[in-house]
Design a protein around this ligand. Structure first.
Ligand code: ATP
Ligand code: MG
Length: 516
């Protein structure tokens, strides 16, 4: 609203989204236009019976309707409940039931999938779900987004706007380790996370931001929605990932800041190396959600020539640590950075709970102003993650990076314990990615009678055969200690990933166990 008052005619969002005629032309809205839509949608949601504290399930692709509906929820004190488009009936049912959501907002069809039929089945089994509002809807008992939420008879009478400590969002974790958690954030915790990341990266209202993954995931939600609006900047939204299309858009829109998991960075670099375009406006790339292979850091410098920040964070707290490229001691290849203002991090010994010393890996704990309020209707699960003095146990393992920052070494649940040795899977993966035949890799444990577990490398090589001897020779050449070397290889055409770009190691472990 501050941006609307200060720069009403500035472009707030540019959205490359499917339209009714099958086109994909961009829709641009100024701050004034966006605010007018938000008011309309808010009034109509209120008319449909959405009240303060109700969770509106939002399974929209990256579109202006998603941006406007999220803001409309805040306007009437309702809660945004984003669900990534790739989720299907089981997950949507889980989310709507857990949050007792009265309204589902989505697209009738998108990229060949029939969300209208899927959401109709969800509504049959979730009694609280009274309305389905769909882009291109209206045919099957659903409501059409345009006709219903943009209708002029909208009224905000009697609605109550959200206060700073009211719940703003229930965002689901990626489900990398199992059942997703509904993370509860207030407007204040979201503000704190977005303010801090923008300040550390020196981002301003002049930015044009873009993102590769869904805005319905925390990374997209903060970096490409809340943060640019907070700054009064322009954000570019694209409803599906296509590296060539994104490269074209980055050039055309003179995008200055891009955030994406390492897979998006890797795709863009490959594209730019093959068919270069003028990406000179792009001054900063931030990557997080998964470890960045050191090779990619070098390639980013050589091919994109922009500043690269590596960050670590979670749905529960956003971006918590971030590298500072202007500080030569902290480069993305060796570090995941230091804490942003307002957040504290520490690494503690797994057995004693006291701070780990001497660069030994331990449990990563955090606390501060961006930390979420808890897990929706799962207070006991959240309480089990918080120490008596308020530190949140992240479930990640990290060590001191030697320069006052942290380096993530893995997840507690992914830890490979080979006898008395813990194998740092992330470091072995980074080394394996340096092999020219290896396109993607995950190192996971498989059960072993004698040692408890041994390490298996699950490789994507595009058909190139590799033997254990090849792999060991490669790791030996890089000076890696012998007990980290994988003792089994498996090959897959691609690795199972979450929509946010994370490898689902639990799926791989189950497969290995089944095949053992
Ligand atoms: P779930 O909690 O449902 O299992 P998830 O933890 O993957 O899923 P998110 O909140 O999306 O859900 O992801 C946060 C996790 O992503 C972190 O706990 C960490 O394991 C991983 N992660 C984020 N950034 C990095 C990074 N820079 N390096 C390594 N891992 C990272
Ligand atoms: Mg998690």
């Amino acid at each position: 609203r501050r941006a609307t008052a200060a720069t009403p005619d500035k472009t707030a969002v540019v959205c490359y989204q499917e339209d009714a005629d099958g086109g994909h032309g961009p829709v641009a809205l100024t701050y004034r236009e966006l605010t007018a839509k938000v008011e309309r949608i808010a009034g109509n949601l209120h008319r449909l019976g959405v009240r303060h504290g109700d969770v509106v399930t939002l399974q929209l692709p990256n579109t202006w309707q998603l941006v406007a509906t999220i803001l409309a929820c805040a306007r009437i004190g309702a809660v945004a409940g984003p669900v990534v488009p790739i989720m299907r009936r089981r997950e949507v049912e889980f989310a709507t039931r857990l949050t007792a959501s009265p309204v589902y907002v989505g697209a009738a069809t998108f990229r060949g999938f029939d969300y209208a039929a899927m959401s109709a089945r969800v509504a049959e089994t979730v009694p609280t779900l009274r309305h389905r509002v769909l882009l291109g809807g209206g045919a099957d008992g659903s409501l059409d987004f345009e006709a219903e939420l943009l209708a002029p008879e909208s009224s905000l009478d009697g609605s109550v706007e959200a206060g700073p400590d009211d719940v703003a969002q229930v965002m689901f974790t990626s489900g990398t380790t199992g059942e997703p958690k509904g993370v509860v954030h207030s407007h204040n915790t979201l503000y704190s996370m977005n303010r801090a990341q923008a300040d550390v990266l020196h981002l301003s209202g002049d930015e044009v931001t873009a993102m590769g993954s869904p805005t319905t995931h925390q990374a997209g939600y903060t970096w490409n929605l809340v943060m640019p609006l907070l700054l009064g900047a322009t954000s570019v939204h694209v409803d599906h990932w296509d590296a060539a299309l994104m490269q074209e858009i980055l050039e055309k829109r003179r995008v200055t800041f891009f955030m994406g998991a390492p897979t998006f960075l890797s795709d863009l670099i490959a594209r730019q190396a093959d068919a270069p375009r003028d990406l000179s406006a792009l001054h900063t790339f931030a990557t997080g959600s998964a470890p960045i292979p050191p090779l990619l850091v070098e390639r980013c410098r050589d091919v994109l020539g922009c500043r690269l920040y590596a960050l670590w964070g979670m749905t529960e707290n956003g971006c918590v640590t971030i590298t500072r490229p202007e500080d030569p001691a902290m480069r993305a290849a060796e570090s995941d950075g230091t804490a942003v203002p307002g957040m504290e991090v520490r690494v503690v010994d797994r057995d004693t709970g006291t701070p780990a010393t001497g660069g030994r890996p331990g449990l990563l704990q955090v606390r501060g102003s961006a930390q979420c309020l808890g897990y929706y209707r799962r207070p006991q699960v959240y309480a089990a993650c918080v120490t008596p003095d308020g530190w949140f146990d992240t479930g990640d393992l990290a060590r001191d990076d030697g320069h006052g920052g942290i380096r993530i070494t893995g997840r507690v649940k992914d830890l490979i314990m080979r006898g008395a040795e813990n194998i740092p899977a992330i470091e072995v993966e980074a080394a394996l990615l340096r092999h020219e035949a290896v396109r993607d890799v995950a190192v996971v444990g498989y059960p072993d009678d004698r040692l408890g577990e041994r390490a298996c490398a699950v490789l994507v090589t595009g058909g190139v055969p590799l033997t254990l001897a090849d792999v060991r020779h490669h790791l030996d050449g890089l000076g890696m200690v012998k007990h980290y070397w994988p003792e089994r290889l498996e090959f897959l055409p691609e690795l199972p990933r979450t929509p946010s770009g994370k490898i689902q190691k639990f799926v791989l472990r189950e497969r290995l166990r089944a095949g053992a």
